[in-house]
Design a protein around this ligand. Structure first.
Ligand SMILES: [Zn+2]
Ligand SMILES: [Zn+2]
Length: 166
């Protein structure tokens, strides 16, 4: 499997007003606080890039798999995601993604990564009842609930974790 292509020649779109059909498949490696998008199964990128006057219209659908890391117990759960990317970029000026339309080849990766990261929620839980990891020994409390004595706290290699303000 190869990396998802996000570099397109927009010369014709910009200079002759012809539409560019996008249909790509490949690995999309976007990571955000433990959660990773499509780094081991193919993602799909489909849609159209067109020009309308001084604007470039990007309308794409991105399908990808997500490895969601639970914010409490760090367990990974997989999910299939599909997002719409709709952008209208002014051609005559700088744009928020710093795409330089004087070049023929434009990499739309910054747009994709922003939209994918937007779709990843900051706090992912494997279950709303997830008990997380033990702050003393680091074991998954969903599997087996620890009952430590308070005096062991200082001796534990994980005791510093509970003192960190994360
Ligand atoms: Zn969990
Ligand atoms: Zn423990």
């Amino acid at each position: 499997m190869s990396k998802l292509n996000t570099v397109f020649n927009l010369d014709k779109v910009i200079n002759t007003n012809s539409d560019l059909t996008i249909n790509e498949e490949g690995l999309l490696n976007i990571k955000y606080s433990g959660t990773t998008a499509s780094d081991e199964s193919n993602s799909q990128l489909k849609g159209l890039i067109t020009r309308d006057g001084d604007y470039l219209h990007i309308k794409l659908e991105v399908k990808f798999s997500l490895n969601n890391e639970c914010s409490r117990c760090l367990k990974i759960t997989k999910s299939e995601e599909s997002i719409e990317v709709i952008e209208k970029l002014y051609l005559k000026n700088q744009n928020e993604y710093d795409l330089d339309f004087n070049n023929d080849l434009i990499d739309i990766y910054p747009i994709l990564s922003e939209k994918v990261i937007d779709s990843i929620s900051l706090v992912t839980l494997c279950s709303s009842e997830c008990l997380g990891l033990c702050s003393i020994c680091g074991k998954d409390q969903n599997l087996n609930k620890c009952s430590h004595e308070e005096k062991n706290l200082k001796e534990s290699p994980f005791s510093s974790l509970s003192e960190l303000d994360l």
